[in-house]
Structure formats: C-alpha cells, structure tokens
Design a binder for this molecule. Sequence first.
Ligand SMILES: Nc1ncnc2c1ncn2[C@@H]1O[C@H](COP(=O)(O)OP(=O)(O)OP(=O)(O)O)[C@@H](O)[C@H]1O
Length: 255
Amino acid sequence: MALVTLEGVGKTFRGRTGAWEAVRDFSLELAEGEFFCLLGTSGCGKTTVLNMLAGFEAPTAGRILLDGKPVRGPGADRGVVFQGHDSLYDWLTARDNIAFGLRLRGMAKAERRAVADRFLTMVGLTGQGAKHPSELSGGMKQRIQIARALANDPRILLMDEPFGALDAMTRAVLQNELSDIWAKSGKTVLFITHDIEEAVALSTRVGVMKRGPGGTLKAVVPVDLPFPRERTSDGFMQTFRQVHALIHEEIHPHE
Ligand SMILES: Nc1ncnc2c1ncn2[C@@H]1O[C@H](COP(=O)(O)OP(=O)(O)OP(=O)(O)O)[C@@H](O)[C@H]1O
C-alpha cells in the first residue's frame, strides 16, 4: 500500500473577490522511503498541495490518505519544514526547539536531551545546542528546523522550499546533508522547489505541475541516478534537460 495517496484532489479558495481554483484533479501515490520533488512555476499550486497533505487546508474535491487513513488535520505523523525560519521559538535554545514536540508528548528531560543531541549531530551542529536562534546563521536555523521535524519521527517530511532563502553555497551544502540524512533515516520526503537542479540532485522522482488556475500534475520523471549525485554527469544533465523542457512549456506555452 502507498504511504500517501492523493486521489483527484482539488482546492478552490472562495473569498470576497470570488472563487479561485488553485488545484484541480491532482492524483499521486508516494511510496514509503521515496524522495519526491514537486516542481512548477510560481502560483501553480505546489504549496496548496503540501498544505492539504499537512492538514492545514482541507481539499474541496477528492481525498488524501496517509497510511490508508483520511487526513483530517495536522498531526505528528507529518513533519513540516518551511522556507525561512520564523517557526523557531526565539526564547528557546536550539536543543529545546528540537525537543519541543517531545516535551509535548511527555518525554522525560534526560531522554529529550539525548534525542535532541542525536539530531543536532545528524544535521552537523554538534555542540551548538545551547545557542538561541538569534545566535545562529540562516543555514544553521534551517538545520534546526530539519532536526526538529525529524526528532518527532514523522511518517513523512513535508518541505516547502526549505533552502529558498539561502545563498547558493549554503544551499548546496544543505542539499548534500539532506540527501545523506534521507539515505540514513529512510524517511519519505515531499519536497517543493523552484530549482530544477535541486530537484534532480535530491529526488527519486520529480513531479512537474501544470500552471494554474487549476494546477495539476502534468508529468512525473523518475530519477534513476546513484547517490551521491554527480551534477556534471551525462545522466544528471539529461534528466535536467528533460525536466527543464517540461517547465519551459509552462512558462512559454505557445512556443
Ligand atoms: N488562502 C488563499 N486564498 C485565495 N487564494 C489562494 C490562497 N492560497 C493560495 N491561493 C492561490 O492559489 C494559487 C496557488 O498558490 P500556491 O501558494 O499553492 O502556489 P505555489 O505553486 O506554491 O507558488 P510559489 O511557487 O510562488 O510559492 C495562487 O494563485 C494563489 O494566489
């Protein structure tokens, strides 16, 4: 059975200015352990799809199943990592941010600390647990967000352009780290990005969306390249070009 099933999912926002169909007839199955990148032009509905799977928004059509059960709201079985780092609590240390969910679940302090430290190490921040978010760089804060999501041991990690606000060098470092973490943890990941190279570097499959209104999945490209990915290899370039062509059609539909 697929870990995640989206079946004919649609979302129409209704407001004072009328209705906007953001997503139409979106269907996808995610297998346990895969790294799926969702790619598409701005406004095509990527975040809306992620928000519905996260349980932040309810679909207006179709259904979403996680482990065969309908998604009815947010839950600890889904760990969400956003772009930027506003979601970290500034008054808590890095370690306490990571352990926040564990505290809510009633885990004892010593155990919480041990788990948090394990994930601090996993994201390359050994010994930085006592610092507050304001004392950390953008890349470090993103690492803390990833560690926090993983510490809760979710069934799936939902990442919405997590590296979008970082400089190119930090971004490349974090991409490699995330790829290692994914390989070690065996987690299922749904990852949203605008960046074709990032998608090809990280994923087992890339889904390209058609632009909105009524954004939907237009093609899924499997990325059968060994990890770590060699970005200048023929296979990488070939996949890059394939995905690029699919995106290009959305930006210049009448060429
Ligand atoms: N709460 C809302 N109310 C009304 N319209 C919305 C709402 N949220 C999103 N939309 C609209 O739905 C469409 C899809 O938005 P969404 O944020 O999912 O796109 P996206 O592909 O993630 O874009 P980007 O890459 O720019 O972040 C957009 O046209 C947006 O204006």
